[in-house]
Design a protein around this ligand. Structure first.
Ligand code: COA
Length: 290
């Protein structure tokens, strides 16, 4: 199939006023597929998550699930716009949290509805691999979006934090659970109780981010990983993601049994035979993704 036919064969990615999605080929051979880079695009508000962004994120997650040849999702925030004459530039941000203007005057009924089946859960529940590419503030909901991705790569000028306590609140998009699993009970308590920001190097040391790189290297490092992951069998990736996730909810003995079953089941997949034969014949595997 030619490039044009293949691009139109999967739906065009959903775009919005506050998000954009770009497709990048995984390799020179476009039959391998694509990865998508989703940019949250409200730089003047440090990419804060308002209702419009959350709806757009859910649309992108639904689209990702419905496409076959888009294999990995990278999530990032838009860089700052050039400041108007005489004004200071806004800082770099991944996402500086939920849009606080939407909290003013809101009661529990409104918030319960707004946070039900939210976009951060949609991202978490995506069956495909996800990478957060963080350049700048990842605060509150921004830290939680990052924690909902499978891998986090940050520039060395990034900072992470859960400052909701300063608003008389606690995190609402899963940080008490997912951040706790990444950094442990003590550090999660410290972050949530103090609201203090954690610089990228410390975030790396405590396991909150996988890699820290210079801002100029962030995109290349992230896209390289997206390409390397995207070149594997999507079927094996999906099973691997599900199985690692099961470790969060299952006891060790149960989890090891879950893995054994998932591993055995993969022996009935086409990709297992393709991968094994490719190794034995010293060839590159041409995955069927099933
Ligand atoms: N919701 C809504 N707007 C936000 C926002 C948020 N979470 N975070 C930043 N913004 C807006 C600011 O109101 C400001 O808008 P304006 O220029 O129209 O006034 C713009 O983004 C730039 O932010 P500003 O505060 O001027 O930048 P700064 O460099 O002085 O400070 C931060 C940067 C990140 C320290 C600061 O913006 C901040 O603390 N943000 C809130 C973080 C937070 O509490 N997140 C959790 C929310 S639950």
């Amino acid at each position: 199939m030619k490039k044009k036919e293949r691009v139109s064969a999967h739906m065009n990615p959903p775009q919005s006023d506050v998000t954009k999605v770009e497709l990048h080929p995984i390799s020179d051979d476009e039959s391998v597929g694509f990865f998508a880079c989703l940019t949250i695009n409200r730089p003047d508000k440090l990419n804060a998550l308002n209702g419009e962004v959350m709806t757009a994120l859910k649309d992108v997650c639904a689209w990702m699930e419905s496409t076959e040849n888009v294999r990995v999702l990278v999530v990032t925030g838009a860089p700052p716009n050039a400041p108007p004459e005489g004004k200071r530039a806004k800082p770099h941000a991944f996402v500086a949290g939920a849009d606080i203007t939407e909290f003013a005057g809101a009661g529990s009924d409104v918030i319960r509805e707004k946070f039900k089946d939210n976009a951060v859960e949609a991202l978490w529940n995506l069956s495909k691999p996800t990478i957060a590419m963080v350049d700048g503030f990842a605060l509150g909901g921004g830290c939680e979006v990052a924690c909902s991705c499978d891998v986090r790569i940050a520039s060395d000028r990034s900072t992470f934090g859960t400052p909701e306590i300063n608003l008389g609140l606690i995190p609402g998009y899963g940080a008490t659970q997912r951040l706790e699993r990444l950094v442990g009970y003590g550090k999660a308590h410290e972050m949530i109780m103090t609201g203090d920001m954690v610089p990228a190097e410390e975030a790396h040391r405590i396991g909150l981010v996988n890699h820290v790189v210079a801002p100029e290297a962030l995109e290349a490092t992230t896209f390289d990983m997206a390409r390397r992951i995207g070149s594997k069998s999507s079927h094996a990736l999906k099973v691997g993601k599900q199985t690692v996730r099961s470790a969060l909810d299952e006891a060790l003995t149960e989890g090891v049994a879950t893995e054994a079953e998932a591993f055995a089941n993969l022996f009935d997949s086409e990709d297992k035979e393709i991968g094994v034969q490719a190794f034995l014949n010293r060839e590159t595997a041409q995955w069927k993704h099933r």
